[in-house]
Design a protein. Structure first.
Length: 309
C-alpha cells in the first residue's frame, strides 16, 4: 500500500479525502492540529498525527517516509486573506514552500495541492474556464494560490518534485464549518436554522460552480498515485448556479420562508466562474454528480443537528 499523507486531514475536504483514500487501499496518515475535536473522519485504519502546520519540524516528521503528500490545509479563507493579505503571504505561501522543501528532503514521489478554481481565473467574462485560460486573480486568496502553483513549477524544475495542482471549484457539504466565513451554502443554512436572515451579496445573479464534497473526493481519489497526463486540473461540477438558484434550493429543502438581506458585492468578487472539466473527464471519465437539492439536504441535516444559538 502506498503511504499517503493528508495535510489538513481533519478539515472539511481533508477528512472526506482521508476516508476515500483509506477505502481505496492507501496507508493514510492524517496531519492536523486535532486540538479542538476528535477525528471527524470515519476510517479506523488511519494514523492520526497531531502537529502544527507552521512548525517546520512537525512538517519534517510528517512527510518522512511518505510516498504521496496531499496539501489540503489553509491558514486563511478568502475573507481573512482579503482583510490581511500579508497573513496569507507569511503563513500559507511561506509555509507551503517550507513544506515543499521538506518533501524534497524526504524523497516524496508526488505532491498534490488544493488550489482554487473559484478565484484563480479572475473576471474574464467567459462562459467557463479551462486550464489553458490565463489565471488573472484579483483577490489576495487567489493570488496566493497562484503563487504556490508557481512554486510547484519551480520545485519540479529545480528539485524534480512531481506535483499536481487541483483547481477546485466551490465545494460544499457535510463537515463544513458553518460558523466560518467561507461557503454560501453552509453559512446560509446555519442562519436559517438559527432563524436569522440569509445574507446575499448583490442581486443574486453571481454564478458559481458548486460541487458536493463527496463527489469531489471521488474525483480526486483515482488521481493519487498514478502518472497523469497533466500537472494541472480543474475539479468541479462543470455546472453553474446563480446565488438566487441556491437560495431557491435552500427554500425547497428547508421549507423555511427566510428573509434575505442584500449587501454590496465586494470589488474582488467575480461575477461568474464555472469550470471546464473536459481535461479531467477525458482522462478519468465522467463522475456521478449529486443533485443540488440532494447535496443541500445532506448538508442541512447535519447543520440542523449541530447548530445551537
Amino acid at each position: 500500500m502506498a503511504k499517503t499523507l493528508v495535510i489538513g486531514g481533519n478539515g472539511f475536504i481533508g477528512s472526506h479525502l482521508v476516508d476515500a483514500l483509506s477505502h481505496a487501499g492507501h496507508d493514510v496518515t492524517a496531519f492536523d492540529r486535532f486540538s479542538a475535536s476528535d477525528p471527524v473522519f470515519t476510517a479506523k485504519d488511519v494514523i492520526v498525527l497531531p502537529g502544527e502546520f507552521l512548525s517546520r519540524s512537525d512538517l519534517d516528521s510528517a512527510v518522512r517516509g511518505q510516498d504521496y503528500v496531499l496539501h489540503f490545509l489553509s491558514t486563511t479563507t478568502p475573507a481573512t486573506a482579503e482583510s490581511d493579505p500579508t497573513l496569507d503571504i507569511r503563513t500559507n505561501i511561506a509555509q507551503t514552500v517550507e513544506l515543499l522543501e521538506s518533501c524534497v528532503d524526504a524523497g516524496v514521489k508526488r505532491f498534490y495541492y488544493a488550489s482554487t478554481g473559484g478565484a484563480i481565473y479572475g473576471p474574464q467574462g467567459k462562459a467557463d474556464y479551462a486550464e489553458t485560460d490565463r489565471a488573472l486573480p484579483i483577490s489576495p486568496y487567489g493570488i496566493g494560490k497562484l503563487s504556490i502553483e508557481h512554486y510547484l513549477h519551480y520545485f519540479r524544475i529545480k528539485h524534480g518534485l512531481k506535483s499536481t495542482s487541483l483547481r477546485i471549484s466551490n465545494p460544499y457539504g457535510t463537515r463544513q464549518k458553518a460558523n466560518k466565513k467561507q461557503g454560501l451554502i453552509p453559512i446560509a443554512l446555519r442562519q436559517i436554522v438559527l432563524g436569522r436572515p440569509v445574507v446575499r451579496m448583490g442581486d443574486g445573479s453571481m454564478v458559481r460552480d458548486y460541487v458536493f464534497v463527496e463527489d469531489l473526493v471521488q474525483m480526486l481519489t483515482p488521481m493519487v498515485g498514478v502518472e497523469t497526463e497533466f500537472d494541472l486540473y480543474n475539479i468541479g461540477s462543470g455546472v453553474g448556479h446563480s446565488v438566487n438558484e441556491i437560495i431557491d434550493s435552500l427554500r425547497r429543502v428547508t421549507r423555511v420562508d427566510f428573509e434575505v438581506t442584500e449587501l454590496p458585492i465586494p470589488p474582488t468578487f467575480v461575477d461568474r466562474v464555472v469550470l471546464n472539466t473536459d481535461r479531467y473527464r477525458s482522462e478519468f471519465g465522467a463522475s456521478r454528480l449529486t443533485a443540488l437539492d440532494e447535496g443541500v439536504r445532506f448538508t442541512f441535516e447535519e447543520i440542523r443537528g449541530q447548530t445551537h444559538d
